[in-house]
Design a protein around this ligand. Structure first.
Ligand code: ATP
Ligand code: MG
Length: 363
């Protein structure tokens, strides 16, 4: 898959940029706060229809502008397509694929797929579980429409249930109305768990061999471990939701379900969070990301676009080289806060842009 060009208008600090892109490596260099991450986020907007950084649509519009717009001509095995995302300050976001408005976000997902690697991902194995859930979600949503639909409906039901639980704190008569939301959580939650189980199994297996290569033989093993009740099928999940109602009431939120999921990472059979060095934790994160790229390539039958935000400078030369080996045949966008292309990438002969104050100049 690839973007042939990207036209970005009033997107954060990028007033207007029309960027021609190479099929392989594209490097965006520049000082801090010039618009490099904003550009990657704009590209990703064409893949997932929202900010991968979790920003609200409104926050993407340039401060002095009434709208933001990102247009891309892209290509995959199924042929050329155009994606246009228009976000007005007033009114609703509007997305077109090859000139036709889409009614549901699922019509956009999969048109052009990306795997994103940002500095946050380097903390993947070290920090709290929300990063690990995001690791699974962004990719699963793009690869499997059934996952996206289950996740959206689950999150809706969860928000409704949590709001009802808070109302129950003052009005216990509402207690029995939680039943309807429990059924919804179970219906969609079980699907989420089953997608995550299969996905993690495949990606973790891949990560094991990637990690052994990069680290010179260290054993990485990861396991997806949802709460036990979720592994007992619909009945088990429903029973656990019922049993946790008192606890939910005291927390004012639902304590059981895939929104609390996590996966665990062992290195040479030891918990990497407790016993791993910072370098080992980063290498594991890198292996998981590369594994994710390989897995997406298998599922799609072609590589997704690889977006790397400022991660190279965070890795030592050996790891930079291991990462760079994955750029062959993959369209990649890479940002770096230096004035020129990092040496490890020079022989790849990339398209290079200097980013300054939201403007893009070919180097
Ligand atoms: P770094 O190397 O520090 O990561 P960067 O080039 O990646 O820098 P960006 O994250 O792309 O920088 O941000 C560039 C600028 O965009 C920042 O100064 C930020 O304040 C600004 N910015 C963010 N949102 C908006 C917005 N809605 N309108 C205008 N400018 C914005
Ligand atoms: Mg940045």
């Amino acid at each position: 898959m690839r973007f042939n060009n990207l036209l970005v208008e009033n997107y954060r600090n990028i007033k207007k940029a029309s960027v021609r892109l190479s099929n392989s490596l594209n490097v965006f260099c520049g000082g801090n706060a010039q618009g490099k991450t904003n550009f990657l986020e704009a590209a990703c907007l064409c893949c997932i229809g929202k900010s991968y950084r979790g920003a609200k649509d409104r926050e993407l519009i340039g401060f002095d502008s009434e709208y933001a717009r990102v247009y891309s001509a892209c290509e995959s095995r199924s042929g050329p397509r155009e994606v246009c995302v228009f976000i007005p300050r007033e009114g609703k976001k509007h997305i077109e694929v090859s000139g036709s408005s889409i009614a549901k976000m699922s019509e956009l997902l999969g048109v052009i797929v990306c795997t994103i690697f940002s500095p946050d991902d380097l903390k993947l194995v070290k920090e709290g579980p929300s990063l690990r859930r995001r690791f699974m979600d962004i990719e699963l949503c793009q690869l499997y429409p059934g996952y996206f639909s289950a996740l959206v409906q689950y999150e809706r039901a969860l928000a409704q249930r949590n709001s009802l639980i808070r109302q129950c704190q003052d009005n216990p008569a509402l207690f029995h109305s939680i039943d309807a939301w429990d059924e919804q959580l179970v219906k969609h939650g079980i699907k989420i768990v089953s997608f995550r189980t299969a996905y993690c199994e495949a990606v973790f297996e891949e990560a094991k061999s990637v990690h052994a290569d990069i680290s010179g033989g260290e054993r990485l093993s990861c396991s997806y471990q949802p709460q036990t009740a979720l592994l007992e099928g619909e009945k088990g999940f429903l029973r656990a939701l019922n049993e946790s109602r008192r606890e939910d009431l005291s927390h004012g939120a639902t304590c059981i379900g895939p929104h609390r999921d996590d996966f665990f990472v062992l290195l040479n059979d030891m918990d990497i969070r407790i016993f791993g060095s910072q370098g080992q934790q980063r290498t594991a994160a890198l292996s998981l990301k590369v594994a994710q790229l390989h897995h997406a390539t298998k599922v799609l039958g072609e590589p997704p676009v690889f977006l790397l935000d400022d991660v190279l400078s965070e890795l030592d030369e050996k790891r930079q080289k291991s990462l760079a080996e994955n750029f062959d045949g993959v369209q990649s966008f890479l940002t770096c806060a230096s004035e020129s292309t990092p040496s490890v990438l020079r022989k790849a002969n990339p398209f290079a842009y200097r980013v300054q104050d939201g403007e893009f100049k070919e180097i």
